[in-house]
Write a protein that binds this ligand. Structure first.
Ligand SMILES: Nc1ncnc2c1ncn2[C@@H]1O[C@H](COP(=O)(O)OP(=O)(O)OP(=O)(O)O)[C@@H](O)[C@H]1O
Ligand SMILES: [Mg+2]
Length: 481
């Protein structure tokens, strides 16, 4: 970086760090003052040129006029009248500094000076001769610049008249005009300062409000009030900011709702687990325990039995009760988690669940599997699909009153697509209370945990369709084969 680049960068940084109010004020004042001073400078220059032109004209005009008027007085040698003529002319024209008449020998015949005639005027370079009218030039004197005009009184003669015009009066007027312009500039700058302070207040106020609103949002308070009704860019910015705050608030509320639902879901899952344990304990105690106790009694009877017939009857009873108990244990195990899901895979487990459903309910269920569904996948994916189908079948049995239903699964390269459809009464899934009904919520959660997609379509009288798509190899899975 060169020094110039450094300078530009540090100036830019300095300008950007100046408060907004000062920037607006500086801009307004800078513009007003620059414009005013340029205008004053140009006006002064133009007027100075015009004044110079007018003074030059006046000097020539007066010299020409006096050269005629003085002729007769010089002919009769009336010096007194000549002096009066010159003085009157000077009195009537305040810009004239002097008038005098001299001959070619540099003798002054009449003049308008109150005291002695300043000889420095005679020492000046002589005027070029041979001119018909007056000749005017710029003369540098001890009093400043003077337009000095020279005219012959008699053509070809040796008497001349000279008129000096200084233009003090006009220059005073110019100075007073400049003074007025400077005062006006001051006034406009004052008004500009007040206006820009007002304007910067208007601009800075909402920006300050936005700043404090941002701080509030950072503290987690999304309910910020931004009272601004202007339709300009700042108004639109505030409107956009308000929209952003509102959507942040919605997102926050949604997040809180989701967290609450997840907590409730977890509690329901834990309560469900506890209930399931109680049921298993009761079933083991009431049914299996009782059955084993009656087997025990039967065995004791067998011990005492001496007759072959009684022995055979006892063994038959024992076999029956052991068989029925084995079936009960099998059903219990199936309800918990069918071993077929782990041993044989998803498709046999689904077929078994559907067979059991068909035995208990009158709904006709069609199964359709596409792609290589026999190939085993991640245990989490298998469990997830199995539980979704199980919950859908339970809901169908509980609410749908469906005569037909179909389940389909399709294995694609990276995902498994699936759907469960029934022709039952349907329902409005927008209105279900997620806090009370955890089945559908649980399906969605399970699928989202595995990075999949879930959708439910249902309408009153038009049945229900649940569809999902799950990656074959999800990123998170805590189940092991
Ligand atoms: N196939 C369906 N046909 C008709 N209505 C259904 C069907 N599936 C679900 N529903 C309706 O949707 C509601 C929510 O179902 P969800 O499975 O989420 O909860 P639940 O079955 O009521 O309770 P949970 O599953 O938590 O024990 C049900 O109460 C029912 O009204
Ligand atoms: Mg349910």
């Amino acid at each position: 970086m060169t020094e110039a680049d450094n300078f530009i960068a540090s100036t830019k940084k300095l300008l950007l760090s100046v408060p907004l109010r000062v920037k607006i004020l500086g801009l307004a004042l800078g513009l007003i003052l620059t414009l005013s001073f340029i205008t004053i400078f140009l006006v002064r220059q133009e007027l100075n040129q015009n004044i110079d032109h007018a003074l030059r004209e006046e000097a020539g005009l007066v010299a020409g006029e006096l050269s005629y008027q003085a002729r007769d007085l010089l002919l009769i040698n009336d010096v007194f009248a000549l002096n009066s003529l010159l003085r009157n002319m000077r009195k009537n024209r305040p810009d004239i500094r002097y008038i005098f008449v001299h001959n070619s020998r540099q003798q002054v015949l009449a003049h308008t000076f109150d005291n002695l005639f300043p000889m420095e005027l005679m020492d000046q370079e002589p005027f070029p001769g041979g001119h018909q009218g007056p000749v005017t030039r710029r003369l540098k004197t001890s009093e400043g610049m003077i337009w000095d005009s020279h005219a012959e009184v008699f053509s070809g003669g040796d008497i001349f008249i000279r008129v000096g015009v200084k233009g003090d009066n006009l220059r005073r007027q110019l100075s007073s005009l400049t003074g007025t312009l400077v005062k006006m500039t001051g006034l406009v700058a004052g008004v500009g300062t007040v206006l820009s302070l007002f304007l910067s207040g208007l601009i800075a106020k909402p920006v300050t409000q936005l700043l404090s609103a941002t701080r509030e949002i950072r503290r987690g308070n999304y309910n910020v009030a931004l009272p601004w009704e202007a339709d300009d860019e700042i108004g639109k910015l505030i409107e956009g900011f308000g929209d952003m705050a509102r959507s942040l608030q919605h997102a926050e509320t949604d997040r809180e709702d989701k967290e609450r639902l997840q907590r409730e879901f977890l509690q329901r899952v834990m309560a469900g687990q506890e209930g399931e344990r109680k049921r298993i304990a009761r079933e083991l105690h009431d049914q299996t325990g009782q059955a084993l106790a009656s087997c025990m009694v039967e065995l004791k009877l067998l011990e005492q039995a001496t007759e072959g017939k009684a022995l055979r009857q006892g063994i038959d009873r024992l076999k029956k009760s052991i068989t029925s108990e084995l079936e009960a244990l099998h059903t219990l195990a199936m309800d918990l988690r069918p071993s077929v899901l782990d041993d044989l895979g998803l498709i046999p487990a689904i077929q078994m669940s559907v067979d059991r459903f068909r035995q208990r309910y009158a709904t006709e269920i069609r199964l359709r599997f596409l792609g290589d569904m026999e190939e085993r996948t991640d245990p989490c994916v298998e469990t997830c699909i199995y539980r979704i189908i199980q919950e859908s079948l339970t809901n169908m049995a509980k609410y749908a009153q469906a005569s037909e239903a179909s389940i389909f699964l399709e294995r694609k390269t990276e995902t498994i697509r699936g759907g469960i459809e029934d022709n039952g009464i349907g329902f409005d899934h927008e209105t279900i209370d997620a806090a009370k009904s955890m089945g559908i919520y649980g399906m969605r959660e399970r699928i989202q945990l595995l990075g999949g997609k879930f959708a439910i379509n249902s309408e009153h009288g038009l049945g229900t369709m649940i569809s999902f798509e799950i990656p074959v190899a999800p990123r998170v899975c805590h189940e092991k084969n």
